[in-house]
Design a binder for this molecule. Structure first.
Ligand code: FAD
Ligand code: NAP
Length: 315
């Protein structure tokens, strides 16, 4: 089978979250005619949430709406948006070569990596077994299936608290289980959680296993151990939502660029320059500290400006 002829582009942006779309807006306005490849989740992580209340200028906006607006904005400015996923990226040659799932190949003078992050799982065999049969990592996607049912959420960050609150729209009871005795979620979110009549919290506890039935496959509860006392109990539930954070999607480049803090792409401080010249990174892929839509968008802007300066210097 012959390899398709690569399509040349000055700038390839990989990822369609706030970082990718913002980079596309800036790069298009700099007349770089960027190509942005959206990946499996067009719009990124915010498409699986409901209200976003910290995007400046919008007291409240639905995540999917915000991302649609960003996509529209990038298109209006002249960016080419491609619905495809990059499956291989060769940074050892110039121009850089990116191969997509469809078989399309791009030869890019510069690349902006904005592949964000993906949900983490506990790694239990029983979690794997019941995935899609009562175990989920997306309340927005699956909450509707649990009308009038009991749900357990695991985690202690903003995502877990937000998911627990959202799930009260459907569930008769939501139990949040956290491994420590305090949450890391924002205080305002914690307040809403603690005063919600449908929500209970189990502190200092780890999930040992997801319990369920074989035929049909379904969740009936989770086995939990208190980390301070060692006491074990089964907490009944019909749905188990894992909300323990996200891991950077650096698979494409993990052997080609320098990484930091467990698979985040390293960038030169104060810039978006990676360890490979001509390759820039922005958003949750590189940021293990802030991980917000607005900071990702800010880094997307920086990446486009860094790429523009670098391309100009190449002549
Ligand atoms: P992401 O949004 O993760 O997007 C990554 C993109 O890369 C996706 O489009 C994906 O398809 C693409 N991609 C991945 N691999 C490939 C590939 N191989 N080829 C092509 N494309 C690829 N932040 C806030 O500021 N406010 C909030 O209210 C808020 N709520 C949140 C709620 C939830 C449930 C979650 C999970 C996160 C929330 N966040 C919130 C965090 C925020 O969503 C992230 O910080 C932000 O989306 C990161 O943007 P990003 O552009 O770096 O990456
Ligand atoms: P996070 O802040 O990293 O929190 C992950 C939580 O899961 C922590 O409480 C952690 O416990 C727990 N955890 C991690 N691994 C675990 C394991 N193996 N078993 C049990 N518990 C485990 O992740 P996040 O909540 O997804 O948030 C990610 C980023 O997105 C953050 O920067 C957050 O602010 C942002 N975000 C913002 C909003 C918002 O602004 N409204 C909403 C969602 C997300 P420990 O606390 O003990 O470490």
């Amino acid at each position: 089978m012959s390899t398709p002829t690569p399509t040349s582009t000055r700038l390839l942006i990989i990822g369609s979250g706030p970082a990718g779309y913002t980079a596309a807006v800036y790069a298009a306005r700099a007349m770089l005619s960027p190509v942005l490849v959206q990946g499996m989740q067009p719009g990124g992580q915010l498409t699986i949430t409901t209200d976003v209340e910290n995007w400046p200028g919008e007291a409240s906006i639905l995540g999917p709406d915000l991302m649609q607006r960003m996509e529209h904005h990038a298109r209006e400015m002249g960016a080419q948006i491609v619905t495809d996923t990059i499956t291989a990226l060769d940074l050892s040659r110039r121009p850089f070569l990116a191969t997509a799932d469809s078989g399309a190949v791009w030869a890019a003078e510069a690349v902006i990596l904005a592949t964000g992050a993906q949900a983490k799982w506990l790694g239990l065999p029983s979690e794997e077994k019941f995935k899609g049969f009562g175990v989920s990592a997306c309340a927005t996607c699956d909450g509707f299936f649990y009308r009038g049912r009991e749900i357990v959420v695991v985690g202690g960050g903003n995502t877990a608290v937000e998911e627990a609150l959202f799930l009260t729209n459907f569930a008769s009871k939501v139990t949040l289980i956290h491994r420590r005795d305090s949450l890391r979620a924002e205080k305002i979110m914690q307040e809403r959680l603690f005063k919600h009549p449908k929500i209970a919290v189990i502190w200092d506890s780890e999930i040992l296993a997801v319990e369920g039935t074989e035929a049909p496959l379904g969740v009936t509860g989770v086995r939990v151990r208190n980390l301070k006392t060692g006491a074990e109990q089964s907490v009944p539930c019909d749905g188990f939502f894992v909300a323990i954070g996200h891991a950077p999607a650096s698979e494409l480049v993990k052997d080609q660029v320098r990484l930091h803090s467990g698979n985040y792409v390293w960038v030169e401080p104060g810039s978006t320059r990676t360890s490979v010249e001509g390759v820039f990174a922005a958003g949750d892929l590189t940021d293990d500290t802030y991980r917000q839509a607005v900071t990702s968008a800010g880094m997307g802007c920086m990446a486009a400006l860094d790429a523009e300066h670098w391309l100009a210097a190449q002549g």
